[in-house]
Design a protein around this ligand. Structure first.
Ligand code: SF4
Length: 337
């Protein structure tokens, strides 16, 4: 695969919105079946007291946040949560631990058992545990792990403004360790942290040029949490989410693009525009580690509405939704691409 250039990504991000959506939709149609959306449930298996200082994260020990901290939970809680997720129709079960790195011994052994438990329910298993070594990656793979989540968060340049306790290269090293062990990669980032469009393009450039590209790419919008340094950050305009998703779809044709954190604040029309632009995975369940997610029943209604869309009238539908959207925000935004 030839290198995907920054300039091409910037050009895509700044296309007129309906052109961008239509182009992304054409790619999406070619590589994925109609209405195919992966449902991923997420639980926190160890909450808070993380030594890292990610400025967006309520789980960091560096900030004074109203958060119920929890040690590594018992396997019986994982079993219960995975059973509920399965019953609600989830395909993938993700487990997140607020660690800088996975420790050998008790922690690794417990996670291995949790993975086996999830796999016994015929769910895909994904974990996010901080940095992992090559040997640990092999142990997780051996337990049956399908995917490892390790987001690059933002561009290499902006990264230092968001996290000082680890480097961008350390992130890439863990991604490589998981990849080399035969585990599929889930890696994306967050928008709305004060980064520029250049940073967003650079983040997508790094992801798109991983060889191979990540199988899953979560695009998150910052959910500002009181007590974190980014608590006063203004919310993103939903259009920015659509642009990021559509561009990700065009440059990472076969990846699952996940509409992730911040989805709760998007209207149904915007979420459907995100699906039409190539999003084909969502976090499904009432909570996302420590922030709220969409109601399960409302999500089922939304997905059923999306699956019934007549794609033959797509151009009209996109225009109609864009009109509803523009009326809601009652202004046309000009971005400084
Ligand atoms: S994002 Fe992860 S690594 Fe960073 S502080 Fe939160 S839990 Fe720790």
């Amino acid at each position: 695969m030839s290198e995907i250039k920054f300039k091409k990504i910037k050009n895509l991000l700044s296309l007129p919105l309906n052109d961008l959506i239509l182009q992304a939709h054409q790619v999406h149609k070619k590589y994925f079946k109609k209405g195919d959306v992966q449902l991923a449930s997420l639980i926190s298996i160890k909450t808070g007291s993380c030594p890292e200082d990610c400025k967006y994260c309520p789980q960091s020990a560096h900030y004074n946040v109203d958060l119920k901290k929890e040690k590594l939970i018992d396997i019986s809680e994982v079993r219960k949560a995975a059973q509920v997720a399965k019953k609600n129709g989830a395909h993938r079960f993700c487990m997140g631990a607020a660690w800088k790195k996975l420790k050998d011994g008790k922690d690794l052994d417990s996670v291995v058992e949790m993975i086996k438990e999830v796999k016994s329910l015929n769910l895909e298993a994904c974990v996010t545990l901080g940095n992992i070594t090559k040997t640990q990656a092999l142990a997780l793979k051996e337990a049956g792990l399908d995917a490892y989540n390790h987001n690059i968060d933002t561009s290499p340049e902006f990264y230092k403004s968001i996290i000082s306790t680890r480097t961008f290269d350390e992130r890439l090293e863990t991604i490589n360790n998981a990849r080399n062990a035969g585990i599929s990669i889930c890696s994306g980032g967050i928008i709305g942290m004060g980064e520029s469009w250049d940073d967003r393009a650079r983040m997508l450039e790094v992801l798109a040029n991983l060889k191979p590209q990540p199988e899953s790419v979560p695009i998150n919008a910052l959910v500002p949490v009181k007590g974190t340094p980014l608590q006063n950050q203004s919310p993103i305009d939903p259009e920015e989410m659509i642009r990021m998703i559509a561009t990700s779809r065009i440059i990472m044709k076969k990846s699952r693009i996940r509409l992730s954190a911040g989805r709760k604040y998007l209207s149904n029309e915007i979420q459907i525009l995100c699906f039409l632009s190539g999003a084909n995975s969502i976090f499904y369940g009432d909570s996302l580690l420590t922030t709220k997610n969409n109601d399960v029943q409302k999500d089922q209604e939304l997905l059923s509405k999306y699956q019934k869309i007549d794609k033959n009238n797509l151009k009209e539908l996109i225009n109609e939704y864009l009109i509803i959207f523009t009326e809601k925000i009652s202004a046309v935004r000009q971005y400084n691409f």
